[in-house]
Design a protein around this ligand. Structure first.
Ligand code: C2E
Ligand code: MG
Ligand code: MG
Ligand code: MG
Length: 288
């Protein structure tokens, strides 16, 4: 009967995995996918938050939600390892949905506790945007937690923006008041003419450009050019991966409004995050 047939197919699949000479990498991916499915079903993916601060005052303007997974057998698995697996196996819609709902709830509580009006910034996969019910879902998640749409930012990477269907979803979401940021700006594939037409509000300047600023004699003109370009497009700029005071100083001098990075705060539990970061407000005034 059908159940026996399905069991036979499953048995065959298992046989194929171990006997067809697939190397260990593929077996590891298979185990990772199975464990991830269990974790998503149990809602065991948690969130760390990294503050995004005003680079002149230290005031926290946003919190980026970053997915975390600690598996009993596999240990801590970084998002760079499990997000692609979630995308390949079709788990990303469910995982991404859980992240949005949880991030809205956490942000709502944190805002009440601290008196801050910072937004929460959530990374979304291109596959989540390939769904015309997504904007309605996002609006419902905000409403459940009594959050204004301006309290949410969705982070998307440039590559996916080339698909018209994704652009349509972003326009729909922005029409509700939710803002959109281009993540890892400067590393994607968009042409400058294309960038002008994208339905976005903010750019997150990739860490690669921030870390190119070194202590002695480095040329910061490339970083400056990217920030000026974003300014020209009337986009808010956020620098990613600020690790040194030299980098912070350069960004302040270049009038980059906002930033995040290990120098300011590492990602961590939301409860420990203050409404303003002393790492910036204690810093000596910079020269322009
Ligand atoms: P991202 O969105 O560009 O996030 C920034 C990454 O840089 C995070 O890594 C963060 O922990 C790390 N970071 C922050 N400050 C510094 C710094 O000063 N130095 C260095 N070296 N790194 C810093 P993480 O948490 O491992 O996330 C990696 C990527 O995984 C994210 O890059 C994002 O693309 C993806 N991701 C994370 N959570 C989610 C999620 O819920 N959904 C989706 N679709 N993707 C996610
Ligand atoms: Mg991001
Ligand atoms: Mg990024
Ligand atoms: Mg990145």
């Amino acid at each position: 009967d059908l159940a026996m047939y399905q069991a036979k197919l499953r048995g065959r699949g298992r046989y194929a995995v171990y006997e067809s000479g697939m190397h260990q990498g593929a077996v590891a991916q298979f185990r990772l996918a199975a464990a991830l499915q269990t974790a998503v079903a149990a809602e065991a993916i948690t969130l760390a938050y990294q503050p995004i601060a005003d680079l002149h005052t230290g005031v926290v303007v946003g919190l980026e939600a970053l997915a975390r997974w600690s598996d009993p057998e596999l240990g801590d698995v970084p998002p760079s390892a499990f997000i692609p697996v979630a995308e390949q196996t079709g788990l990303i819609q469910e995982l991404g949905g859980q992240v949005i709902v949880r991030a809205c709830g956490d942000a709502a509580r944190w805002r009440v506790a601290t008196g801050s009006d910072a937004y929460v910034s959530v990374n979304v996969s291109p596959l989540q945007l390939d769904d015309d019910e997504f904007p309605g879902f996002v609006v419902a998640a905000l409403r459940i937690h009594d959050l204004d749409p301006t309290s949410l930012v969705l982070e998307v990477t440039e590559g996916l923006l080339l698909q018209e269907r994704s652009l349509e979803t972003l326009r729909d979401i922005r029409a509700h008041g939710v803002r959109v940021a281009i993540d890892d700006f400067g590393t994607g594939y968009s042409s400058l003419s294309r960038l002008r037409e994208l339905p976005v509000d903010m750019v997150k300047v990739d860490q690669a450009f921030v870390s190119s600023v070194e202590s002695t004699g480095a040329d910061p003109s490339f970083l400056q050019a990217i920030i000026r370009l974003a300014e020209t497009m009337h986009l808010v700029t956020i620098a990613e991966g600020i690790e040194t005071t030299t980098q912070l100083g350069e960004l302040q001098a270049t009038a980059c409004a906002y930033g995040q990075g290990y120098l300011l705060a590492r990602p961590g539990p939301i409860d420990g995050i203050p409404a303003a970061l002393t790492a910036i407000s204690d810093a000596p005034p910079h020269d322009r």
